[in-house]
Design a protein around this ligand. Structure first.
Ligand code: ATP
Length: 372
């Protein structure tokens, strides 16, 4: 399932050069993006980067100052929200407190003027879909947070929109419930064959659910791609730092030998990296990015490795699935690195302690070159 790689695939949604300003603030600037049928798309980025504005324009609650929005090839820029086959589920859920669950779910269908029998049937179907059978007569204040979230979802799905927009759909749920709900949402989306666009602050959530995700910054899309590509090959420093943890080394390109790039750094010596067709010049200032889980840690100096540096342990944080260790390299005023060690057995062992002198090493395929 990779329609974005298929030149013949027709997008469901196209943003073409869309801009939205609020006074002096350009919330979204000349942005182009295509979403494909059945795609689960996640929008990620720091607070205020324009995620909600982009989504509200697609729902029709916000008019672009410039550009067009197409749905199935038809320009919908001027179409009012209720005439778009698009629905939006809000972070607050926006349930009607005085209506019971069934009436909340039925609300949009009644406005559409569907026959009563059909509405009742659809409400039952939706409540079954989100596993709330039998709770139709409860009021929202008689439900748990997770159940309220499902009612909002059922209501948003009731009109069977082609496209469902979800703004922070799990913000009100605790962690366990969030994780369970993520998988349910993915199942639901593939079962219904709909396109989902979700805005979230939670990058783990985005990576778990999305076929593709986009990282935004200051009203622009910085990178679009499948989660593993965004994580392993971030386009720039903003993406690398926004998605996951990363160590960054400042340096200069010292040599390029085919695919092998050597970068001279202040605190980690010469770092060797495997960069396919590096578009770099010798002497160019670059950053080397290195994810914490790609570093090996040991007490003895490793032999026959491309990259190694000595350091001292400053901090150890046990996190259950892995342990995050902070190591200072280059002395007191050097650079603090994060190393993530997976806890692969049940043994309670403490191979490393505070102030231990250690060696860090990593493969030539572990690091990546970023422009500063
Ligand atoms: P968050 O993650 O905090 O929800 P966001 O990425 O969704 O942020 P937006 O809500 O789209 O960001 O806001 C983008 C920018 O536009 C911000 O600078 C915001 O202050 C501004 N903005 C959004 N809506 C309005 C409005 N109605 N009036 C004035 N400025 C607005």
């Amino acid at each position: 399932f990779q329609p974005w790689n298929d030149p013949a695939a027709k997008p469901l949604v196209e943003f073409r050069g869309v801009t939205r300003r609020f006074g002096a603030v350009t919330a979204v600037g000349d942005l182009s993006l295509s979403l494909y049928p059945r795609e689960f798309f996640a929008l990620l980025g720091p607070s205020g980067c324009g995620k909600t504005t982009l989504m509200r324009m697609l729902a029709g609650f916000e008019r672009p100052d410039a550009g067009e929005i197409l749905l199935d090839g038809v320009d919908i820029t001027a179409v009012p929200p209720h005439l778009r086959p698009v629905n939006m589920m809000f972070q607050s859920y926006a349930l009607f407190p005085h209506l019971n669950v069934a009436d909340n779910v039925a609300y949009g269908l009644k406005r559409e003027g569907l026959p009563r029998v059909e509405i009742a049937r659809r409400v039952e179907e939706m409540l079954a879909l989100v596993k709330l059978e039998g709770l139709g007569r409860r009021r929202p204040d008689q439900l748990s947070g997770g159940q309220r979230q499902r009612v909002a979802l059922a209501r948003a799905l009731a009109k069977k929109p082609k496209l469902l927009l979800l703004d922070e759909p799990m913000a009100a749920l605790d962690r366990k419930l969030r994780e369970a709900t993520q998988f349910e949402l993915m199942d639901l989306q593939s079962e219904l064959g709909m396109t989902f666009m979700v805005v979230t602050h939670d990058q783990d959530e985005a990576m778990t659910m999305a076929d593709r995700m986009a990282v935004m910054d200051h009203g622009k899309l910085v990178q679009i791609g499948p989660p593993d590509v965004i994580y392993e090959a971030p386009a720039n420093r903003h993406v690398a730092e926004f998605v996951g943890d990363i160590n960054l080394f400042e340096g200069r390109v010292a040599a390029i030998e085919g695919d092998l790039v050597k970068v001279e750094t202040s605190f980690a010596g010469t770092i060797e990296l495997d960069e396919e067709a590096p578009a770099l010049g010798v002497g160019e200032p670059v950053l080397v990015g290195l994810r914490p889980e790609k570093i090996d840690l040991g007490h003895d100096e490793p032999i026959g490795v491309a990259n190694k540096v000595a350091g001292e342990i400053w901090d150890i944080g046990y996190l259950g699935d892995f342990t995050m260790i902070q190591v200072m390299i280059g002395g007191e005023d050097g650079q603090l690195l994060k190393v993530a060690l997976a806890n692969r057995t049940r043994r309670i062992a403490r191979p490393f302690a505070w102030e231990d002198k250690v060696w860090l090493s990593w493969d030539i395929e572990a690091g990546l070159v970023l422009r500063p």
